[in-house]
Design a protein around this ligand. Structure first.
Ligand SMILES: [Zn+2]
Length: 260
């Protein structure tokens, strides 16, 4: 599910992706973590995304949409009962419209930021109202009810109506209400989809960010310091907890390396 190409993510990778996870569960049907850009954007990037298609180098690739990837695996898109966007940026939530009947799990603060009629600055670019024009069935989460802690992160909680193997991990910073999704896997490992907490594993492990990298984060982070703190948490997990598979949305290599 890969919108290709980005020169905006400096010196990280020649090929950008937007990782979506599709998980089949016995009790809750298909669960999709992030939807990527959406079918229309990958069929006709320029017409759908306008200048954003140019700025992040989106190439036409209909087969890469979450919608087509679900079909390619033999499922009906209607089988996707739950969607967990790590956040509502257009490259993560653009495909919500392709699964109009799914329950969409999102924090209250993220939904409020995305639907704010008076969005300013980068928030005007990052969110796209067309993604929720169909009126998704939102399941929202407030800030106060998450009482669990995990790996130094507070406010961890289960998702409503999902199996207990799925945990909501607050990772605010890149956006005001970004979350990570932790999933206990049958083989005993735990996967954490960390959204845009960092852009490339190489960036996290380098220990020192270039000026370009810092500028780019300053541009895209709703709360730069909070996002840095979240990236440190991810770094700890990557360095010291190999039993946790941490993946970010846009690194094209760490997912493939983990599966190998
Ligand atoms: Zn992103």
């Amino acid at each position: 599910m890969c919108p290709r190409g980005t020169w905006l993510i400096p010196e990280f990778e020649p090929t950008n992706v937007s990782h979506c996870l599709l998980i089949e569960t016995p009790s809750s049907g298909l669960i999709l973590v992030d939807t990527g850009l959406g079918d229309a954007a990958l069929r006709n990037p320029l017409r759908t995304l306008g200048s954003r298609a140019v700025s992040v180098g989106v190439q036409r690739d209909p087969a890469a949409s979450a919608l087509e990837q679900v079909r390619a695996r033999g499922f009906d898109p209607a089988d996707v009962q739950h969607i967990i966007p790590t956040h509502l940026d257009y490259d993560h939530a653009g495909g919500l419209v392709d699964f109009p009947d799914a329950v969409v799990h999102v924090t209250e603060v993220e939904l409020a930021a995305a639907q704010d009629r008076n969005r300013r600055g980068f928030a005007q670019v990052r969110y796209d109202d067309r993604a929720w024009a169909h009126g998704p069935n939102w399941q929202t989460y407030d800030d106060d009810r998450g009482t669990g802690g995990w790996m130094g992160i507070d406010g961890v909680r289960p998702f409503e109506g999902l199996p207990p193997e799925f945990l909501l991990v607050p990772l605010a910073g890149h956006t005001l209400g970004q979350i990570g999704v932790a999933v206990d896997l049958p083989d005993g490992r735990r996967l954490l989809h960390a959204g845009d907490s960092y852009y490339a594993r190489r960036e996290v492990l380098a220990g020192r960010r270039s000026i370009r990298q810092r500028l780019f984060h300053h541009l895209t982070d709703a709360d730069y310091l909070a996002r840095k703190n979240v990236a440190w948490r991810c770094e700890e997990m990557i360095r010291f907890h190999p039993e946790i598979a941490v993946i970010s949305s846009h690194d094209p290599y760490e997912w493939a390396a983990w599966r190998a």
